[in-house]
Each structure stands twice: as structure tokens, then as C-alpha cells.
Design a protein around this ligand. Structure first.
Ligand code: ATP
Ligand code: MG
Length: 560
């Protein structure tokens, strides 16, 4: 985690915090929170918010809480609560001692609402949903006062208590803040504070409540109850800030956090909206929230993206107030740089072509020694079995080729990675003219010889046929064919931009045996092919399924 603490990028939020700290505004205290609504899994946009909130708390020696803003039981589930905890933890942040639920403040929030009624700042409104909309007015026309706005405090208190007691039907009444129906800001036109939901079961509070607080009301008060000093949220809440402050000022809470908005992360060729990701999952456009093509934290984890790379990405994109859209290449280069440094190397042949070494003894096996990393010797070495029959990749052979093709060509030589130089003597084809086997000879004097002393055109990877382990490889491409799938005004449904070829499965591949013993979260560089890791759900012993985490080089620039 030191890299977060050690790299202190300057941004407008830090400037605000610095000046608040200098002015000793909150008595030297600094506190943030990450406040997800448990109605879906976290995505890469949330990672930006998590890294920002937890990262600032570390830098300013303050505190960051994880708070579930669980005020809408209809859409929330325990499954999401658990998944969010797992993801935040995996990203590298501790919250165990500071884990909160807005729902645990329900009693306090109720008491604040009673206070608002007693002060004449809230009322029970009986307008129907449709009438409420009508009375609210529009962006250009002011709203109208509800006929229930001037109810007596006594009547309001009585009705609100009976709302809580479950006397009234869902939707029949609302508790509303008495702010200003003529405000230019629609959020201030007597917003709802409580709604009736009699028959839902809340994942934390069960059936204890028949009424639930609205997000805008619960959010600012939860911040205040927890003693948050800086409440960071995305730009769409800018227009809600006057309401945030109105609640806190009107209730006169002990703490008054400062809300600061920043721009959300939009990532090209994917979507960062929980609601839309829910649609992909529920419509079976992907295989669940942890599908490795999803921009969710759980999907990226399964795909093999290291947590450290996601944190590095969040640092690199920075925090501003400008709407922006980040190129996928930036995320991928963070992943690639991390894996290049940390991934052990191995050899896998994705599309095998059989090679028989004619002058190699039939039953012999040699255990050749190969480094696990080309630069990092501390990663050690491994044994790679070599035998008479091998596989190389089909794309690494041509019967004829010019000098640019630095692989195996008929009657020419190539070096087998970590092994010998071989020459292709004979090409065997099937009745359709397809190359099915190569007969080669090896030069026994070339093992471990400095490549400078025995120059050949190129180096290719290989796997011993007898020792190699078959594996299935899932190759992922971009999930959408459009850089901004959910912003295309020409289509109503962003799913039309889904890439039909975003998942291709290779079933003929074969990998060196050392890989079969690997842990599922270990990402390998299969030399010359890319980065791959065992799929945590589909891989079982004796049945290897690998995901391609990422290509060796950036493939976005030339194709997008
Ligand atoms: P969505 O719009 O994707 O459904 P949300 O904002 O409603 O997401 P919450 O669970 O309320 O989801 O978000 C928790 C926190 O994460 C909030 O503070 C929110 O502002 C922040 N957040 C959500 N999406 C992004 C994003 N794309 N970039 C940065 N922060 C985000
Ligand atoms: Mg939200």
C-alpha cells in the first residue's frame, strides 16, 4: 500500500483539504467514506472512488469508513453486501473496524425526521405519485405548494407515526421536507424524506420498518453521524448539495461534512453504470457479474488483473471536475506493466503443430532448466521436459518465407526457447494439403550455448507432446464495439453495441506441466502469447481452463 501513500498527486480535492487542515476546520480530523448502495457489484468506476477515499484517509492520517447506503430494500441484497466487502478488501483497503450501514441509523434518522416536523420543516403529503410530479413543476416552471403543506405539526406527527406503524398503504403518503416549491433547483422543491414500503424485507433490519428514508436524506445525515469531514461524490450530486446542506443546517447536526464533487470515470468500450451492468447480467448477455469481460472488480479479479494495477490506474487517471472518457489502453498498460514485472514465464502452444525430432532417442526425456523470469533471477528456475515429439504453434511455421519471418521455415533453423536449435527437414501434409507434422533434426551441441555464438533467425516456444497438459483457453476481446456504447443517441438499447466475438474459446491448446500445479490466481506470461491465468470457477484438477488476462502488446491503438 506504500505506493499510494508515497505518491501524493496534487488535485483540487487535496487543495481543499489542505486549506481546511491549515485552518484547523475540523479540529485536525480528517474522515471520508465510501458509500455504496448494495444493489449490484462494484465496477472500475467505484474503484476510482474507493482509491480516492481510502487513499486520502491514509495520506492525511485520517479515517475512511465503508458505509452501505442501504435505504432501498427493494433493490438490495445480502449477496451484494458480501461481494462489495470482498472487492474493497481485495483492492487492498481495510475497513473491518469501520464498517457501517445507513440502516443502523434508522432510529436516529426517524428521530431527526420527527424533529423536522416539530420545527415545521417537514410534512406528511397525501398527493399521489402522479400529482406529486405535476405539482413539482419543470426545469422552466416553478412548482406548486401541496395542499397538505400547511398541515398542523400535531397532525403531521400523528400521521408520520402511523406511517411507521404500517397503517397506510405503499405510495399513499410521503413525508416531505418543507423547503421551497419555487426553487430553481428542483431538488429543493419539497423533496421526499420517507416513503412507505410495508411488505419488503430489508437485508439488515428485516421487517422492523414500514417506512424507509430517501437517499438524499439518509446520506448526508449518515455522513454527519459518522463524523465524516469531506464527503466526496460524483458530479451528478452537485445539484443535490444545497439539499445536503439544507438538511444538516436545518437539523443542526453536530458535524457538518463538506460535500465535494468530482467527475465519474467513464471507460471506453465498456460501461460503468451499475444499472446497465445489471441489465447485462439479468439479460444473460454475459455470464454473471464476475464474467471476465465485465468491468466489475470481481470480473477483473477473475480475469487476472492485479489489485495493484487497478490502484495504479486510479492514480494515473487522477481526479478532476471535467467529464472525461478514459481509453482502455491506459487500464491495460497498468495491468501489462505490473504483469510483465511479476508474472512467471511458461510455455503454452495455443494452436499446436506436431514436430518429431528424428535424431532424438525414442524414450529419452531431458529435464531442461528454464528461468521463470528473464530479468528477475529471484523468481528462480523450473524444469521443462524435452522429448522426441513436441508441439509448436502453427503460426510459427511456413514452408517458404522471406527473411522477415523469424520463425521456422522448411530447410532452415530456429531455436527452441530454453532448448536446442532444430532444423526442419520434411513437411508432412494430409490429403487436403494441410501441414500436419514436421520432421526436424536437433543439434545436441546447442543447448545452453550463447545465442550470439550460434546465430539462428529466431526463437519459438514449444511443449513436449508426452508431458504437455491440454488446456482450454478463453480469449477475450472488448465487450462492446462502440467506444461509448451507452451514449450513442442513434440507438435506444446499448446492448446492440455488444461485440459478438468478445469471447473465443480455444480447445486444442497445450501447456508445459509446471503450470498445472499453479494456484488459480497466478497469472503467467505464456511466452510470445500473452498473459493467462487459470479460471477460478471453471478450472478443476485434471481440467485446466485458462483466461487470457491481456495481450503482450497494446492492441487498441491500431484497431480502435
Ligand atoms: P451507478 O450509477 O453505476 O449505478 P452509483 O453511483 O449509483 O453507480 P453507488 O453504489 O451509489 O453507485 O456508488 C458508490 C460511490 O461510488 C458513490 O460515491 C459514487 O459517486 C461512486 N461512483 C459510482 N460510479 C462511479 C464512477 N463511474 N466513477 C467514480 N465514482 C463512482
Ligand atoms: Mg448512487
Amino acid at each position: 500500500m506504500n505506493e499510494i501513500a508515497d505518491t501524493k498527486p496534487s488535485n483540487f480535492i487535496r487543495h481543499i483539504i489542505d486549506s481546511d487542515m491549515t485552518a484547523n476546520k475540523y479540529g485536525g480530523h480528517f474522515q471520508t467514506r465510501f458509500p455504496p448502495e448494495p444493489n449490484g457489484y462494484l465496477h472500475i468506476g467505484h474503484a476510482k472512488s474507493i482509491c480516492l477515499n481510502f487513499g486520502l484517509a491514509m495520506d492525511y492520517k485520517g479515517l475512511c469508513t465503508l458505509r452501505f447506503d442501504d435505504t432501498n430494500p427493494q433493490k438490495e441484497e445480502e449477496e451484494f453486501v458480501d461481494a462489495i466487502k470482498t472487492d474493497v478488501h481485495w483492492l487492498g483497503f481495510e475497513f473491518e473496524k469501520h464498517l457501517h450501514y445507513a440502516s443502523s441509523y434508522f432510529e436516529k434518522l426517524y428521530a431527526y425526521a420527527v424533529q423536522l416536523i416539530e420545527q415545521g420543516d417537514a410534512y406528511v403529503c397525501d398527493l399521489s405519485a402522479e400529482e406529486t410530479r405535476e405539482y413539482r413543476g419543470t426545469l422552466t416552471t416553478p412548482g406548486k405548494d401541496s395542499p397538505y403543506r400547511e398541515r398542523s405539526i400535531k397532525e403531521n406527527l400523528d400521521l408520520f407515526k402511523r406511517m411507521r406503524d404500517g397503517e397506510f398503504e405503499d405510495g399513499s403518503r410521503l413525508l416531505r421536507a418543507k423547503v421551497d416549491m419555487a426553487s430553481a433547483n428542483i431538488n429543493l422543491r419539497d423533496p421526499a424524506i420517507y416513503r412507505i414500503r410495508r411488505d419488503v424485507v430489508h437485508h439488515q433490519t428485516g421487517t422492523a420498518w414500514s417506512i424507509y428514508p430517501m437517499y438524499d436524506y439518509a446520506h448526508c445525515l449518515s455522513d454527519a453521524i459518522e463524523g465524516v469531514t469531506h464527503s466526496l461524490c460524483t458530479l451528478e450530486f452537485e445539484d443535490h448539495r444545497p439539499l445536503y446542506d439544507w438538511f444538516l443546517n436545518t437539523i443542526k447536526t453536530e458535524h457538518h461534512p463538506k460535500q465535494i464533487e468530482f467527475s465519474r470515470l467513464n471507460l471506453q468500450y465498456t460501461i460503468t453504470s451499475k444499472r446497465k451492468l445489471t441489465k447485462l447480467v439479468e439479460g444473460n448477455f454475459v455470464n454473471g457479474w464476475n464474467d471476465p469481460r465485465m468491468p466489475t472488480i470481481t470480473g477483473m479479479r477473475r480475469r487476472g488483473y492485479p489489485a495493484e494495477a487497478l490502484r495504479e490506474f486510479c492514480l494515473r487517471i487522477g481526479v478532476t471536475k471535467a467529464d472525461n472518457s478514459v481509453e482502455m489502453g491506459i487500464l491495460e498498460s497498468c495491468v501489462r506493466e505490473n504483469l510483465n514485472e511479476n508474472s512467471p514465464r511458461a510455455m503454452a502452444v495455443l494452436d499446436p503443430l506436431k514436430v518429431v525430432i528424428s535424431n532424438y532417442p525414442e524414450d529419452k526425456t531431458e529435464q531442461l532448466i528454464a528461468p521463470n523470469h528473464p530479468q528477475n533471477e529471484s523468481m528462480g528456475t523450473r524444469e521443462v521436459p524435452f522429448s522426441k515429439t513436441l508441439y509448436i504453434d502453427k503460426s510459427d511455421f511456413k514452408e517458404e518465407a522471406n527473411n522477415k519471418f523469424k520463425r521456422l521455415v522448411k530447410d532452415k533453423e530456429v531455436r527452441l526457447r530454453n532448448a536446442y536449435v532444430i532444423r526442419c527437414d520434411e513437411v508432412i501434409k494430409d490429403e487436403l494439403g494441410e501441414v500436419v507434422e514436421l520432421r526436424c533434426s536437433y543439434d545436441p551441441a546447442t543447448l545452453g550455448v550463447n545465442p550470439e555464438d550460434r546465430k539462428v533467425k529466431g526463437v519459438i516456444h514449444w511443449v513436449s507432446a508426452k508431458h504437455g497438459i491440454p488446456l482450454e483457453i478463453r480469449v477475450f476481446d472488448r465487450l462492446f464495439n462502440h467506444p461509448h456504447p451507452d451514449m450513442d443517441k442513434d440507438v435506444d438499447d446499448f446492448t446492440v453495441h455488444l461485440n459478438p466475438d468478445s469471447l473465443i474459446t480455444l480447445t486444442q491448446s497445450i501447456v508445459e506441466p509446471s503450470v498445472a500445479l499453479a494456484a488459480s490466481n497466478l497469472v503467467y506470461q505464456f511466452e510470445r502469447e500473452g498473459y493467462f491465468c487459470a479460471d477460478s470457477e471453471l478450472s478443476a484438477s485434471g481440467n485446466l481452463v485458462f483466461n487470457r488476462t491481456i495481450t503482450l502488446r497494446d492492441t487498441w491503438v491500431k484497431t480502435s
